[in-house]
Ligand binder design. Sequence first.
Ligand SMILES: *[C@@H]1O[C@H](CO)[C@@H](O)[C@H](O)[C@H]1NC(C)=O
Length: 160
Amino acid sequence: MEQCYQTSLGKHKERIKPAASRESSTSPLARAMDLKVLCALSVTLLVALSTLAEGIAPPTKCQCKVVPRERTNCGYPGISAAECRKIGCCFNASVPSVPWCYNPKPKKVRKVCPNDPYTRINCGHPGIKPRECTRKGCCFRAHPAGVPWCFYHRVVEEAC
Ligand SMILES: *[C@@H]1O[C@H](CO)[C@@H](O)[C@H](O)[C@H]1NC(C)=O
């Protein structure tokens, strides 16, 4: 699965192409392509599911720190605290005449290039040039040997 994950992530942008070229061919190469496509599809599904799960996940305390006059209404009038949180909103009834059920602030995230070379997920192709790599939004470090030099950044949540 790890291998699958890495390969598919590396091919993220190109994952549609192999599907088109595998028609009416049953060579071992074509079958390998099929596997790759399946692999990419399952990873895509996983990513989609985790995104969905994140949408349902309750907002953090930090995300709910919105000054009362900047709150935008979420849910319907008279919604209970429990219902409000269930639909992913923040509830705070301490200030009258402002929305009590309101939208959370978006999560603050930051892109970082992972330090451990052995956790790198390949983002390029062998011999990719630094500029080409960074233009794809990926990290480039030309060392050490035996690991991808062009690799995906990681997204970390900022502290509040
Ligand atoms: C509710 O909002 C008020 C005003 O912004 C804030 O002072 C208070 O800490 C909040 N309560 C909770 C439980 O977050």
